[in-house]
Ligand binder design. Structure first.
Ligand SMILES: Cc1ncc(COP(=O)(O)O)c(C=O)c1O
Length: 496
């Protein structure tokens, strides 16, 4: 909670607010809204009482009352009974209705759907969180104040804004991987980063090793590049970690050009690759001449305190991909590649076939977020731990025939189903008010029809609704098993 604003201080900030182009209350509300949005009135600030502000501005009390009412209606002013309203940002209708403890604490768990999802549907296809509270807004407010210094420039930079590259390099150095800013290329998220790496390093028919299961959008990107996939299965739960014998054999026999790995809270299993396995992995990749690409998008979502050094700490040849999507917000669309300076130059060349650089304000804001990367994480992790526990208990209670793997981190639980029904469940899910990502999307060759990824990115009350809906969908399939055979075509819907 911030402080309060005196009527005189607010009057100074308002300046010449009353131009007479529209009713006075509306002009007053519009200017206050802009002041909140650009950060000049911090969030959580108590505004002056209606009486004192109307005296100071020499307007009628009705004008101030109507202006405050309008701000409340638009979600820019809290409506505490009997107390002075505090500035805030509008929430989705779901959140406003009380989406759960995570949302209230600003910790990031809400029922807010992805941008494209119809209202009322619980989205289990996206494993993604709302923005990490106020820090994102604050970073943009600071970015706007820094923008004028960059406006005289051309605005294009294929490598990224220097302050952000410096901040990312410093972060790697701080976690044990000495890095110069020249080793960083800023991207529009991790998915963009992977596409740049693929465009620069592999061509049609080249082999790319992938974990089985793995992140569906990565598989799609590798497929789109015309590469041949070399899937290596992760050992099924209750085993943990990776099957390094299998990885070594595949590397040695197939000699893939590139290996795409998610060693830090792997999507969808949430596993963390132990250091000993990382050591073996980089040794085997060096022996087979394979470029290791480590997708570290989920690295900060460490829920049990397990530790592992970034893969790049074991070899300077590793290409690392990172993102702010999971630590802060996917809407930032900001990620990066860390590699040798010569590779970064090559990636910058490949990038210009797709775009000519990232948006500058987003990068300026991202620099603030990366410099204080840890700030929102304790609250985010605490809320995620609570939701993980809730989801595992709900599955055990309502879907006891499902086997859920307990993830060490990340955002989802990978479940083994008793029958091959994942696609059929996904097809009928909307009838039960949920949206799912079918298991086969996470693998090569149609496997994982008996698996489903269930994110715990919603607060416990929403998760309960979701699991009850899954139970009803499973009951429908159990009552009509022929549906499993007829519903084999998974909808080509967005997943994250
Ligand atoms: C492993 C992995 N890589 C990449 C992405 C995409 O990240 P971004 O939003 O930064 O493109 C995700 C998002 O879920 C992910 O889980």
């Amino acid at each position: 909670m911030s402080g309060s604003l005196s009527p005189a201080a607010l009057a100074r900030l308002l300046g010449r607010w009353h131009i007479g182009a529209s009713p006075a209350y509306r002009e007053l509300a519009d200017v206050v809204r802009l002041l909140v949005l650009d950060g000049r009135i911090p969030l959580g600030t108590a505004l002056p009482s209606e009486r004192t502000l109307s005296d100071t501005l020499a307007v009628s009390r009705t004008t101030v009352t109507a202006a405050y009412a309008s701000l409340r209606e638009q979600g820019f002013l809290s409506s505490g009974q009997g107390s002075r309203g505090r500035t805030c940002l509008p929430r989705s209708s779901d959140q406003a209705a009380g989406a759960g403890p995570g949302a209230e604490a600003g910790a990031g768990l809400s029922g807010a759907p992805g941008l494209a999802v119809p209202e009322g549907v619980i989205d289990l296809a996206y494993a993604s969180l709302p923005a990490s509270g106020e820090v994102v807004h604050r970073a943009f407010a600071s970015a706007l104040t820094e923008l004028p210094a960059l406006l005289p420039g051309f605005g294009y930079d294929a490598l990224g804004v220097p302050s952000l590259r410096e901040a990312i390099a410093a972060r790697y150095s701080a976690i044990g991987v000495p890095t110069a800013p020249g080793q960083i290329l800023v991207t529009s998220g991790a998915q963009h980063a992977l596409n740049i790496v693929l465009r620069a390093m592999v061509g049609k028919q080249d082999k790319v090793l992938v974990e089985q299961p793995t992140y569906p959008n990565a598989l799609d990107a590798i497929r789109a590049q015309g590469c041949r996939m070399v899937p290596v299965a992760l050992p099924p739960a209750p085993e943990t970690g990776w099957d390094l014998d299998a990885v070594e054999t595949a590397l040695m026999q197939q000699r893939p050009k590139l290996a795409y790995m998610v060693p830090d809270f792997h999507n969808p299993t949430g596993r963390l690759m132990p250091d000993a396995q990382r050591r073996r992995l980089v040794r085997a990749a060096a022996a087979s001449g394979t470029v290791l690409v480590a997708d570290e998008t989920l690295r900060e979502l460490n829920l049990d305190g397990g530790t592992a050094a970034p893969l790049a700490a074991f070899s300077p040849a590793v290409v690392s991909i990172g993102s702010l999507s999971k630590s802060h917000w996917a809407g930032l669309r900001t990620g990066w590649i860390r590699a040798s300076e010569s590779l970064i130059q090559r990636f910058a060349g490949a990038r210009t076939t797709m775009d000519l650089g990232g948006p500058v304000v987003e990068q300026l804001a991202a620099a603030h977020l990366v410099r204080a990367l840890d700030e929102p994480l304790p609250a985010r992790r605490a809320a995620l731990r609570e939701s993980r526990t809730a989801l595992l208990e709900l599955i055990a209670a309502h879907l006891p025939e499902w086997q859920a793997e307990r993830p060490e981190g990340g955002l989802a639980v990978w479940c083994r189903l008793p029958s091959a029904s994942s696609t059929a469940l996904t097809v009928i899910a909307p009838d039960f008010g949920i949206r799912l990502a079918a298991g086969p999307r996470f693998g090569v060759g149609g496997v994982f029809e008996n698996h489903l990824r269930v994110p715990f990115t919603l607060p416990p009350d929403k998760l309960e609704q979701a699991v009850r809906a899954l139970r009803s969908a499973q009951d429908r399939l159990d009552a009509a098993p022929q549906l499993r055979r007829t519903l084999r075509e998974s909808p080509a819907a967005a997943i994250a």
